[in-house]
Design a protein around this ligand. Structure first.
Ligand SMILES: Nc1ncnc2c1ncn2[C@@H]1O[C@H](COP(=O)(O)OP(=O)(O)OP(=O)(O)O)[C@@H](O)[C@H]1O
Length: 464
C-alpha cells in the first residue's frame, strides 16, 4: 500500500463524516465571456451602431471578439474539503474564484455557496490604502457581514495572527506586500468563514507565515469550513489539498487525487501535450479517474506490476510506442530490494520494450516523498552525447540508473520512471510511470532526520 501522505488519516476521517448533502459549493455549467475590442473606437461603435442598425431594421453587427475565460465549469465541493486549483497563467483560476466570491458576474451557468464566504484574492484587494490596518479590518469585516461588536470580539485574534505590531495603526500604503497579505489572511481566517477562498496570496508571505496559514486551514476545516485554494505551488497542493482540479483554457481538464493533478500540470508546463489514454477520458467527472494503475500495457510480458514495491496508485501515461515493463532495485549486492540503506550506492534498472525505432530516446528517474516533494530527478539528456543517445531499436533494452552518492534520509520515497522521445525539440512521452515504486530508506549509521543525510560531524573545542 502507498505510504500515507501527511494528513492521510485526517482526510480519511473527513471522508467518513461527509454525506452527499454536505455540499458547500455547487457550480453548474458556469461560463464567462469577455468582449475584446481591438481598437478603442470599437467600444463606442458597439455602444451606438447596433442600436441604430436595429432602428433601421438591419441585423446588428458586433465590434468585439468574444473571449471565453471560463467554459462550462461544473463542480461540487463538500463541506470540510480543501480543494486545490492549478493551471497555467491565464487558465481561468482567478476568474472562477472571483465569480464564486461575487466580484465578477458569469455569462451563463449558476453557482450556489452555503454560508459565509471570505476571500483572499489579489494582493490588497478589498483594502483601502489610505485607511489604517485597524480601519481596514473593520471595513472588511463589515463587507463579509459582521457587525461592529462581532469584529470587536475578533479584533485581538486578527492582530495576533497578522503579527504586524504597531503597523496596525498605520495606513496600508506603508505596508510591505508581506504585511498586507498577513493582515488580509488574518481577517479572512479569523472571521469563521464557512467557505474560504484563497488566490495565490500566500505566496507573498514568508515560510513561517505560510506554515501558520496552513495550520489555520486545518483548524477551519476541522470545524467544517471549506477551502478553495489557487496556487502555483505543486507541493502545497499535494501536501494540503484533499483533491485538486486542473484548469486549462477555461475548462476543467482533469480533477482527482492531488498528486495526479500535479503530475499532469507539471507535464503541461513543460509543453508536452498529454496523450489520451486509450480507455479513459480525462474529463471524466469521477474523483477516481486518475491514480489507479490502469492495465493499459499492450505488452503481455509486463512484470512491473508483480514486483515487490510496485505502487498500485501509480500514474501511467504516454503513447506506448515504448513500454517500461519491468524494474529492479539493487543495492548492497542484493537484487529486487524494497529497502536500501542510506549511503549505499543503488542501481535502479528498468527494461523497456520499443515497439518501433526511436531516434532520440530519453530515460528519466525522479525520487519524491509521498507528499510530492521532489528529492532528486535526472534524465539521460543531462549527459553529453553519451551512449544513452543511441537510438532505441525495435526490441528490448535495459537502462540502469546508478546512484553513486545516495544520501537519502530515512523514510519512504516514491520512484518515477519515464521513457520519452525527442522529436524536433519537443518531448513526446512514450511511457511515464509516475510514483510507480515505493522504496524505504533505512539509516542505521546515523540518527539524522530530514530528506538528506549530510553525514554531519560535530566537533566541540574548548576556547577558553
Ligand atoms: N477584464 C478582462 N477582459 C478580458 N480578458 C480578461 C479579463 N480578465 C481576465 N481576462 C482573461 O481571462 C483569462 C483568464 O484569466 P485569469 O486571471 O482567470 O487566469 P489565471 O488562471 O488566474 O491566471 P494567473 O495564473 O496568471 O493568475 C486570461 O486569458 C485573461 O487574459
Amino acid at each position: 500500500m502507498l505510504p500515507s501522505a501527511s494528513g492521510g488519516f485526517r482526510k480519511l476521517e473527513r471522508g467518513l463524516r461527509m454525506s452527499s448533502d454536505d455540499i458547500a459549493i455547487r457550480i453548474s455549467n458556469l461560463s464567462k465571456c469577455y468582449f475584446i475590442y481591438d481598437r478603442s473606437q470599437d467600444r463606442l461603435k458597439q455602444y451606438l451602431y447596433p442600436r441604430l442598425q436595429k432602428l433601421m431594421g438591419r441585423q446588428p453587427k458586433n465590434y468585439f471578439r468574444e473571449f471565453w475565460a471560463l467554459r462550462d465549469i461544473s463542480l461540487e465541493v463538500k463541506k470540510g474539503e480543501i480543494v486545490g486549483i492549478i493551471g497555467r497563467n491565464g487558465s481561468g483560476k482567478s476568474t472562477l474564484l472571483q465569480i464564486i466570491c461575487g466580484i465578477l458576474t458569469q455569462t451563463s451557468g449558476t453557482f450556489e455557496t452555503k454560508g459565509r464566504v471570505a476571500a483572499l484574492l489579489e494582493l490588497g484587494s478589498g483594502f483601502n490604502p489610505e485607511f489604517t490596518g485597524r480601519e481596514n479590518v473593520y471595513m472588511n469585516g463589515a463587507i463579509i457581514g459582521l457587525s461592529k461588536e462581532e469584529i470587536d470580539a475578533r479584533f485581538d485574534d486578527i492582530t495576533a495572527f497578522a503579527d504586524i505590531g504597531e503597523f496596525i495603526e498605520q495606513p496600508i500604503k506603508m505596508y510591505s506586500s508581506g504585511m498586507v497579505v498577513r493582515l488580509a489572511f488574518a481577517v479572512s481566517a479569523c472571521v469563521e468563514p464557512d467557505i474560504l477562498i484563497v488566490d495565490e496570496a500566500l505566496a507573498v508571505g514568508d515560510a513561517k507565515f505560510q506554515a501558520k496559514c496552513f495550520r489555520r486551514f486545518e483548524e477551519l476545516v476541522s470545524r467544517g469550513a471549506t477551502i478553495l485554494f489557487v496556487t502555483h505551488s505543486t507541493e502545497q497542493v499535494v501536501r494540503h489539498c484533499d483533491w485538486a482540479l486542473l484548469l486549462d483554457k477555461g475548462q476543467i481538464v482533469m480533477r482527482g487525487h492531488s498528486r495526479d493533478i500535479v503530475n499532469a500540470y507539471l507535464d503541461m508546463l513543460f509543453g508536452v501535450e498529454r496523450v489520451k489514454r486509450p480507455d479513459s477520458d480525462l474529463k471524466t467527472k469521477n474523483l477516481q479517474i486518475a491514480g489507479n494503475a490502469q492495465n493499459i500495457s499492450r505488452f503481455e510480458t509486463d512484470k512491473f506490476e508483480n514486483r515487490a514495491g510496485y505502487n498500485t496508485y501509480e500514474f501511467r501515461w504516454g503513447n506506448h510506442d515504448a513500454e517500461i515493463f519491468d524494474f529492479c532495485i539493487s543495492s548492497g549486492g542484493n537484487l529486487n530490494v524494497t529497502r536500501i540503506e542510506t549511503g549505499q550506492p543503488v542501481i535502479m534498472t528498468i527494461w523497456v520494450k520499443f515497439h518501433r525505432r526511436v531516434e532520440l530516446p530519453i530515460y528519466g528517474l525522479t525520487i519524491k516523498t509521498p507528499d510530492g516533494v521532489t528529492v532528486f530527478g535526472s534524465n539521460s539528456r543531462d549527459f553529453d552525447n553519451g551512449p544513452l543517445f543511441l537510438a532505441g531499436e525495435r526490441g528490448i533494452c535495459k537502462v540502469s540508473f546508478t546512484l553513486r552518492n545516495q544520501h537519502l534520509g530515512a523514510g519512504e520515497y516514491l520512484l518515477s520512471f519515464g521513457v520519452a522521445e525527442e522529436q524536433a525539440g519537443e518531448i513526446v512521452p512514450l511511457d511515464r510511470r509516475y510514483d510507480a515504486v515505493c522504496l524505504q530508506v533505512l539509516n542505521h549509521s546515523s540518527r539524522a532526520f530530514g530528506l538528506v543525510d549530510c553525514s554531519m560531524n560535530v566537533e566541540v573545542t574548548a576556547v577558553s
